[in-house]
Write a protein that binds this ligand. Structure first.
Ligand code: 5GP
Length: 120
């Protein structure tokens, strides 16, 4: 898998507003926020899409949610609530092929997240 922009952020080759780091994960504010709070939690291991998650990655992927909850608690929006999203491939709206958990908070978020009416 070729390097994505997120590998460059992990390696400090390009700047990012990093808010959390441990041995296996990194979190940083999204460059184009879609809510008052919008950050990404990523594994340091480059996994391209949800479809590429291997059995040995299951704990790591769970860890991303744990990190999200820790930051939510620390930033004070855990009780009010927030949304996590992980997009997959073209129809899911994925643009960076290194899995990442979007964490959005700070205002009531609409549901469903798309505008079109479902055609049945
Ligand atoms: P996706 O569309 O793959 O689900 O989400 C990719 C996210 O990465 C987008 O929300 C986009 O704004 C964010 N992003 C893309 N490039 C950069 C960057 O260089 N720095 C930061 N902080 N976020 C980025």
């Amino acid at each position: 898998m070729s390097d994505t922009i997120f590998t460059k952020i992990i390696n400090r080759e390009i700047p990012a507003d990093i808010i959390y780091e441990d041995d296996s994960a990194l979190a940083f504010n999204d460059i184009s926020p879609q809510a008052p709070t919008h950050f990404l939690v990523i594994p340091k291991k480059p996994i391209a899409t949800i479809n590429d998650i291997q059995p040995e990655d299951k704990e790591l992927v769970g860890h991303l949610y744990w990190v999200a909850a820790q930051i939510a608690e620390k930033q004070g929006f855990a009780e009010q609530g927030f949304r996590t999203v992980m997009n997959c491939n073209e129809y899911g709206g994925q643009t960076v092929y290194h899995i990442h958990l979007h964490v959005l908070a700070g205002k009531p978020l609409g549901w469903p997240p798309y505008q079109e009416k479902l055609k049945v």
